[in-house]
Design a protein around this ligand. Structure first.
Ligand code: FES
Ligand code: FE2
Length: 383
């Protein structure tokens, strides 16, 4: 079968899965996780267009603080300016294309490590040594290439699409309980970058189903996950999906701190598990949050950015913050290792010739929403 014929066939299977009722829905066709053509279509129609999350505004609290990320092949950095505005720029020097910044940090000006062209926090070139004899050089006409950036409930989003609607508009139908959690105030504890050997969709799907929690995470966060106490919103949404679940009072994490006056009643032990499409995956609990943000590195390899934060009253009342931080990192190292084990395992399974997609459980409701989203982005091939 030619590549084009195979891609069309795969997109047909995606459409069928997405349009089936949840009761009749199956997992996606295994080749959707393996095909180079589908991967290219996703890079074009999803990752070059939709909003992606490089981190939280709280990760760069002071003017000059920055973090780096990438959108498909475009390295970018996000930095807080002297006016407190968060800006994003192409992380490439306007002289001869050197990458400017690495990792995270803080600087009052951006100095290229190659020939020291220097940019202000607004992106404008403010200095370039030995350029006075170059007629082609006009300092006032050179600045870093801006990238679209938006902030929603404390999350930073970036996009290469000049026409992308603002995030707040795309997520305007997000339930208003976020106002009570105030996740924008959660205090960052850890951010890590990893590379896993899987397809990005497998990790996105893994994150948004609680079905595996009591099994794959029985040693960590799976304890106390009660399938009977899970709530899915009645409507489905175009740009995100979520579920709510409750933790028993003795659970290690997931209950509101006594000083938390924002959440009342059942909300005090309710967590949200969700995704802002395509791949910003969030668990928001009354006492903490954690998230993953995914970037495909190839069809079977992904960059995973992982971050965790604590509700402000939890952070403020810790008797030994460093020990607590170590404990939290150790817990999430274990959780991430448990997920890595399964998503690398299913990626291997997706390449096996006898693999066939099986039916979904009602607990995999959000996988069905994910299929609908995917179909909306790549179902018609070109957009
Ligand atoms: S490439 Fe940046 S100063 Fe030359
Ligand atoms: Fe998991």
């Amino acid at each position: 079968m030619s590549n084009a014929a195979e891609t069309n066939l795969l997109l047909e299977t995606l459409r069928e899965t997405a349009h089936a009722a949840l009761e009749d829905a199956t997992a996606l066709h295994p080749r959707l996780y393996r095909s180079q053509d589908i991967h290219q279509l996703e890079l074009r129609n999803i990752f070059s267009r939709d909003w992606l999350c490089p981190g939280r505004a709280a990760d760069i609290p002071e003017p000059g603080d920055y973090l780096t990320h990438s959108i498909v092949d475009q390295p970018i950095f996000v930095q807080r300016g002297n006016d407190d505005e968060i800006r994003a720029f192409a992380n490439v020097c306007r002289h001869r294309m050197m990458k400017l910044l690495e990792g995270t940090g803080s600087c009052k000006r951006i100095v290229c490590p190659y020939h020291a062209w220097t940019y202000g926090l607004d992106g404008n070139l403010i200095g370039a040594p030995h350029m006075d004899r170059s007629k082609a050089f006009n300092k006032s006409k050179i600045s870093l290439t801006p990238i679209r950036v938006d902030v929603w409930h404390g999350w930073i989003y970036v996009s290469l699409d000049p026409d992308a609607k603002p995030v707040s508009e795309l997520l305007s139908d997000f339930p208003d309980f976020l106002d009570f959690y105030r996740m924008e105030d959660y205090v960052p504890v850890v951010t890590q970058d990893h590379v896993w050997q899987t397809n990005w969709k497998l990790l996105a799907e893994n994150f948004i189903e609680g079905y595996h929690l009591p099994i794959a995470h029985r040693a960590t966060v799976g304890a106390g996950y009660a399938a009977d106490d899970i709530e899915f919103p009645e409507n489905s949404f175009e740009n995100f999906t979520l579920e709510l679940f409750r933790k028993p009072p003795d659970a290690v994490v997931g209950n509101a701190h006594p000083d938390n006056t924002r959440l009342t009643g059942d909300w005090r032990n309710t967590s949200m598990l969700g995704v802002i499409f395509p791949c910003h995956l969030i668990v928001l609990a009354p006492d903490h949050l954690w998230y993953l943000s995914l970037r495909p590195k190839g069809v079977g390899e992904i960059h995973v950015r992982f971050g965790a934060a604590l509700a402000p009253e939890v952070h403020a009342t810790q008797s030994d913050p460093e020990a607590e931080r170590e404990k939290m990192i150790a817990l999430f190292d274990s959780v991430n290792a448990e997920d890595r084990f399964v998503v690398e395992g299913i990626f291997a399974g997706s390449g096996a010739p006898l693999t066939k997609p099986g039916p979904l459980s009602w607990l995999e409701h959000m996988l069905h929403d994910f299929a609908i989203y995917l179909d909306s982005r790549i179902g018609n091939g070109e957009r």
